[in-house]
Design a protein around this ligand. Structure first.
Ligand code: G6P
Length: 594
């Protein structure tokens, strides 16, 4: 999280920096700041979004090199005093990552008389660099020396008051790109931020330190040797989809799901499994957030279609345990952004153990995509809303297609199953559109949940995972406390939460008769059962439901319809409570810290 950008180009860079920073806002929007070089530094910080920086870029911001930052708070509250850039004695720094030994470094610096202006971990960096400079180190050496003292993850860009036409950039753990163009050089967390400012970019590797000036970019690796890297064209980020008459991007993106599914299926048609992947004896699927719930939803489908056992793992947990890997393991990483820190850390672990990695990823230029043996793409398009919507259903589709491809390669799919799945897949876009038409009913359910200010979501099999995604979406967007449980687990504790009128969203589907029994159990304790079921179950669920939404689709299709339904409930609950649907508090779209 956090986005950093820097630019040197022989012109006043401040306005371009703010433009580039705005393109990185999905990485965090707690505060924003800019520092432009000399004479002295011109610095401006604002609480909240990057575009707030625009007003107030007066004549003092005429410098031709500068750095900027959009923050997702890790250490120190989301307040102005903790906004980057952090400046100390002629050194300005923007940082993405976490410095794990900051307390120890801060104590050492304080003992030497350094005084700190923020509560951040990042602020030790300019202090350490300035201290190295004071001992006589040149800018690059001062940064190298400082990096040697830092533990944790960082992408930093450094501006020096006494070298006002250069930037120094270093990376360990956090993604960062350096770019060059005619008389220009730049740095950014995401290369698409630099469209229009530079022509080509390359990703720094761990341990790299680069010097950027109008004459170009010099990269040295961790050993201090000059590094030759492949450069790629800088391209603009895919345009955000139109709002199409909706008031939020998130709502528009829910509506864009049908088209996104068609694009994804087209892209997947061209993909084939490598022989090693096709021979998988066990799959380990690793992800975070909604991507984890997409994997959880699809796990049973993958196992059923391919006959290959499929373990599901939370990336942040899996990376901390030394799980034994059986022979023939293939890893499946699922990520919208392709840069979630924990999932990337797992990718590095797999690489070290020679486990082939399939990346189910939406951002084609992401590190996860670059480093994978096979990219199994989603084509959701750019998601402007922080909460996953169309990327989630595209992941579901990609995972079904993966299970099918694996099963086909192993001869495990009968002609009959193939025909059934293909028919079901072909119907998905229309099912999403039809589910959306139930919005008025879903809106009234959202209002009931908003009024009660809590919700429990239950389901079985894939629908249990949709229940989990529903509870997550509701929390993310409306800040209403929501829990999800596999319906059969309810009586082992969470049923104690039920009181008169507790909203319990029941996702029907496989084993509906058992889920129905669980719905009865909560109803007899006073809960208001809200059923999201297919037409086949309407008769059974109707009598016990306070509200029932009869969704289109059966099997796969019903799961996609339920996904749309829980998205719409969450959006409307958020709107009922006056929440910022596209930019929920405390969240970021791209989670680049552990
Ligand atoms: C953040 C986003 C979620 C997303 C999760 C995993 O929490 O707000 O929408 O599901 O990260 O991100 P990834 O990019 O790996 O799918």
């Amino acid at each position: 999280m956090c986005g950093i950008v820097g630019l040197v180009n022989g012109h006043a860079v401040a306005t371009d920096l703010v433009t580039a920073l705005g393109r990185l806002e999905y990485r965090g929007y707690d505060s924003a700041g800019i520092a432009v070089a000399g004479p002295g530094f011109a610095v401006r910080k604002v609480a909240g979004r990057a575009n707030g920086l625009k007003d107030g870029l007066d004549a003092s911001f005429g410098g031709q090199a500068g750095i900027a930052h959009t923050r997702w708070a890790t250490h120190g509250r989301a307040e102005m005093r903790n906004a980057h850039p952090h400046v100390y004695e002629g050194v300005a720094v923007v940082h993405n990552g976490i410095i794990e030994n900051h307390a120890e470094l801060r104590a050492g610096l304080a003992a030497d008389g350094h005084e700190f202006a923020s509560d951040t971990d990042s602020e030790v960096i300019p202090h350490l660099i300035a201290a190295a400079r004071a001992r006589g180190a040149a800018p690059m050496e001062a940064v190298r020396e400082t990096c040697g003292a830092l533990h944790g993850a960082y992408a930093i860009a450094v501006l020096f008051e006494d070298a006002p036409d250069h930037l120094v950039v270093a990376r360990q753990g956090s993604p960062v790109m350096v770019a060059r163009g005619e008389g220009a050089a730049a740095v950014a967390s995401d290369p698409t931020a630099l469209a229009g400012f530079c022509d080509e970019y390359t990703a720094l590797e761990d341990g790299d330190i680069a010097e950027l000036g109008r004459e170009g970019v010099v990269i040295r690796n961790g050993a201090g040797s000059l590094a030759n890297r492949d450069w790629q064209a800088v391209t603009a980020a895919e345009e955000a989809g139109a709002m199409a008459g909706f008031t939020t991007y998130t709502r528009a993106e829910i509506s864009a799901q049908a088209a996104a599914l068609v694009r994804t299926d087209d892209a997947l048609a061209a993909r084939v499994l490598t022989p090693q992947i096709a021979a998988a004896e066990r799959l380990v699927v690793v992800a975070c957030g909604s991507s984890l719930y997409a994997a959880s939803t699809a796990r049973a489908w993958i196992e059923e279609l391919s006959g290959v056992p499929c373990d599901l793992e939370i990336a942040s947990e899996y990376r901390t345990r030394n799980a034994p890997l059986s022979r023939g393991t293939v890893a499946l990483l699922v990520s919208q952004s392709g840069e979630t820190a924990d999932t990337l850390a797992v990718q590095t672990m797999f690489r070290a153990k020679d486990v082939p990695v399939v990346a189910v990823v939406n951002v084609a230029h992401s590190q996860m995509a670059r480093d994978a043996e096979l990219v199994w793409p989603t084509r959701a398009g750019r998601e402007m809303g922080v909460a996953a919507t169309k990327s989630f259903t595209c992941q579901l589709l990609a995972l079904v297609r993966f299970g099918l491809a694996l099963g086909m390669a192993r001869g495990a799919v009968t002609a009959e199953t193939l025909a059934r799945i293909e028919t079901e897949i072909a119907s998905l876009p229309a099912i999403c559109t039809a589910a959306e038409l139930l919005e008025p009913q879903l809106k009234s359910i959202a209002q009931r949940i908003a009024y009660e200010n809590e919700a429990l979501f239950i389901g079985r099999g894939p629908a249990a995972a949709i229940a989990a995604e529903g509870a997550l979406k509701l929390k993310e967007l409306s800040y209403i406390h929501a829990e999800a449980y596999a319906a059969g687990e309810l009586k082992h504790g969470p049923i104690a939460l039920i009181r008169e009128n507790s909203p319990v969203v029941v996702c029907g589907g496989d084993h509906a008769e058992k889920t129905l029994a669980n719905a009865e159990e909560v109803r007899s304790r006073g809960a208001a059962v809200i059923s999201l079921v297919g037409a086949a179950d309407a008769e059974r669920f109707g009598p016990i439901s306070a509200e029932m939404v009869v969704l289109p689709g059966v099997g796969l299709g019903l799961i996609f319809a339920q996904a749309v339904a829980v998205q719409l409930i969450s959006v409307h609950a958020a709107e009922a409570l006056g929440c910022d649907v596209d930019r929920p508090r405390n969240l970021a779209k791209s989670v680049t810290v552990e």
